[in-house]
Design a protein around this ligand. Sequence first.
Ligand code: ZN
Ligand code: ZN
Length: 285
Amino acid sequence: MTEIPFSVKIWGARGTLASQSKETIGYGENTACVEVFCGDESIIFDAGTGLRSVGDKIIKDIIKGDKAGKKRKKINLFFTHCHYDHISGLPFFAPFYDPNTEVDIWSGHLTGPDKTRKMVVDYMSSPFFPVGPEVFSAKITYKDFEPRDVLRPLKGITIRTCSLNHHDECVGYRIEFDNRSICYITDTTHIVDQPDEGLIEFIHDSDLMIYDGTYTDAEFPQFWNFGHSTWEEGVRLAKAAGVKRYCIFHHRPSRDDKSLDAIGKACKKEFARSYVAREGMKIKV
Ligand SMILES: [Zn+2]
Ligand SMILES: [Zn+2]
């Protein structure tokens, strides 16, 4: 029996700040945004600057008007958290300006009532942004959840959630579809020599883990309180949890193509089925 396609596309692999230079262009300039394809459906995670390109692709698909294009009119967008590198693409998402589109926006990292709607309204407000979300013509539904909730946004897709170790809270996701799973674990830190047992359990046996590899172990002592982790810690977690494929994500804006190539090579020696996230890359599981 053939397996139903299940994959992830990287639309933005950078953390912290978009990076545009000829030294970094190979891995891409845009900040955190990934799209997970589950058969005919897709789910977007994070609204970094990479979100703009996803929106443009969705509009193109809708204009085509085929069966796949029709599916694109119903969009699910999940936030890990709302640091700028995960939200600054939001107002530039073209489907928000299409009255025939429906977008469900999900978040679980904040507290209080009406938190997802409030997050968007607060982000798009004076004096930081010229217009509020009332300019959107799509049908927007704001959906709140708590970390550890199990969500079923679409038929056949289960999304497990957990709380990560990051300033201002952050949610980790495990997307389960057709007996396989993809984990999106970005913006989390670790304690040296103390494996995060809760996270190991969460990512256990996953077919792919995308992980916050902002730093190297050598850099970590200088940045231990910035809320991020190292690509080597990702390898240790992936091995401890029996993860099948590992993708280093959330690259520092200063990390040029040459150093990311070197990290990829070093990582392959430790973990054969590993990848360094690159804008436009698709990983099938
Ligand atoms: Zn980030
Ligand atoms: Zn963050």
